[in-house]
Design a protein around this ligand. Structure first.
Ligand code: NAD
Length: 446
């Protein structure tokens, strides 16, 4: 067995990183107090600042350093820390790669990256190479090569690399996971989900907290550019990287109309952004098949006029859950018999009854604390779990293999769309170990 393989195996068990982290952290811990986790954040715009507001509420967290090329955003974030009665973090804002100096500090355990997409992998790789754990905003990588860089660097250094997928911590995500674990839905066969969010105004930067970097992504790219919010929960339900894995996908996009029309209407026909073309199809549909025969219908639509839609539908051999209807059907439980006519009637049930029975422990115990924490509490919960696992030296809920397998949908869907929906194989980032990795334990997520 090669040295690389040995290290990889150890990381797989979650112990090398855990032991290393535990050793480093134990030196700072005072008896009876939580272990200290020292965190640096790269990118303190809307998202980075929201993460920071949640982080400073967590016991044992310190924030010695922050980095942003926008000095106003950096100062605002430094102020968040000071107002939480902690020392003002050192700021890094010299240039677009000043995060390298932040990563090289010797007083950080974890670097979070919440910049525009192109910096996620470079920052995480630099952080791991400098001995820190890394966590990236979504998606963690833009190309297949970047996905492998994250995996290889994490295995080589023994450092964790998480993707900050907050949707995994919705009460509903964990409710369904609990129902799956207790065999209420049977074997999962199919799920449908999507990121269906009209962010045209954000993309063009015509609202106060606009993110004009996003529109550049719509000019030359066509596919599912933002798959991880819907795919994270589905991956947990389908045991992806933990008993099953994504095998291949096919992807198809509609024509692109809405961005140009929005620009003409809101910026004026003479604005340069109204004169150029946008390659990103308005609605992208990607079909994914898993090695064990499950399928997923995944949507991406950030261009069309619509209210934000939280679409989650999962079909098992025993029943189905539909988030938009907020209904469940379980064979034998939901249907009733019409004895006179010798037939069984299929009727939807409200999810409410199932909520009482299968409510996830995490929400029962931490729901009240999470309530103020952004996106209905999941921003707090994702960070609470990340920090807790690091403090306790345990494997992360969402690891580098998840970061890679969920993010690689971006380049694979782009390649499929460009090739008349040709099938694209998923790399096996676990190198075969998906077969033996244990599924996510919903009871351990507390
Ligand atoms: N998980 C979620 O719910 C969620 C929500 C919103 C955004 N996001 C993700 O968070 C990331 C940031 O999005 P946002 O909404 O905060 O965007 P934003 O434009 O508000 O913030 C990005 C920040 O990064 C800074 N930045 C840019 N290049 C940099 C560099 N080289 N070094 C340091 N700082 C740099 C910018 O100055 C800005 O302050 C994106 O990846 C986005 O996909 C996730």
């Amino acid at each position: 067995m090669s040295e690389t393989y040995n290290r990889r195996e150890v990381l797989q068990a979650g112990t090398l990183a855990a032991v290393a982290a535990g050793n480093a952290l134990a030196q700072q811990q005072k008896p009876g107090e939580p272990k200290i986790i020292r965190i640096g954040i790269v990118g303190t715009g809307g998202r980075g600042t929201e993460l920071l507001r949640n982080l400073v509420r967590l016991p044992g967290v310190k924030v010695p350093a922050l980095c942003d090329i926008n000095e106003k955003n950096l100062a605002r974030a430094q102020d968040v820390v000071v107002r939480a009665n902690m020392p003002k973090p050192e700021g890094y804002s010299r240039n677009e790669t000043d995060w390298k100096r932040l990563c090289d500090r010797n007083d950080l355990d974890l670097v979070l990256c919440a910049t525009p997409w192109e910096w996620h992998t470079p920052v995480c790789v630099a952080a791991m190479n400098a001995g820190k754990h890394a966590a990236s905003e979504v998606p963690a990588a833009q190309t297949i090569e970047e996905c492998w860089q994250l995996v290889d660097t994490s295995e080589k250094t023994g450092r964790h690399c998480a993707i900050l997928e907050n949707d995994c911590y919705y009460r509903e995500t964990l409710l369904i996971l609990n129902m799956i674990r207790q065999d209420v839905l049977g074997d999962v066969l199919f799920a449908e989900a999507g990121y269906l969010h009209d962010i045209r105004a954000v993309k063009f930067g015509v609202v106060p907290n606009g993110e004009p970097w996003r529109i550049e992504q719509s000019v030359n790219r066509n596919g599912n550019l933002y798959p991880t919010h819907p795919i994270g929960p589905l991956a947990w339900w389908m045991d992806i990287n933990r008993g099953d894995r994504f095998s291949h996908l096919v992807s198809m996009s509609t024509k692109s109309r809405s961005l140009k029309e929005f620009a003409i209407k809101n910026l004026g026909p003479d604005d340069p952004r109204a004169k150029r073309d946008y390659k990103l199809g308005d609605v992208n549909t990607t079909l994914i098949r898993t090695e064990k025969g499950k399928t997923i219908s995944l949507y991406h639509d950030t261009n069309t006029p619509r209210p934000k839609e939280h679409l989650l539908r999962v079909q098992g051999t025993k029943g189905v859950f539909n988030s938009q209807m907020d209904k469940v059907f379980i064979e034998g439980r939901s249907n009733h018999s019409d004895a006179e006519n010798w037939k069984s009637v299929h009727e939807w049930e409200d999810t409410a009854e199932y909520r009482k029975q299968y409510d996830p422990k995490l929400w029962q115990e931490k729901g009240a604390l999470a309530a103020n924490g952004g996106h209905g509490g999941v921003d707090y919960l994702e960070l609470y779990r990340l920090v807790k696992n690091l403090q306790e030296g345990k494997p992360l809920d969402i690891d580098v293999y998840d970061a890679a397998a969920w993010s690689v949908i971006v380049p694979l869907s782009e390649a499929s769309v460009a090739g008349r929906s040709k099938p694209m194989d998923f790399p096996d980032f676990t190198r075969g170990r998906w077969k033996n990795r244990p599924p996510v334990d919903v009871d351990a997520i507390v």
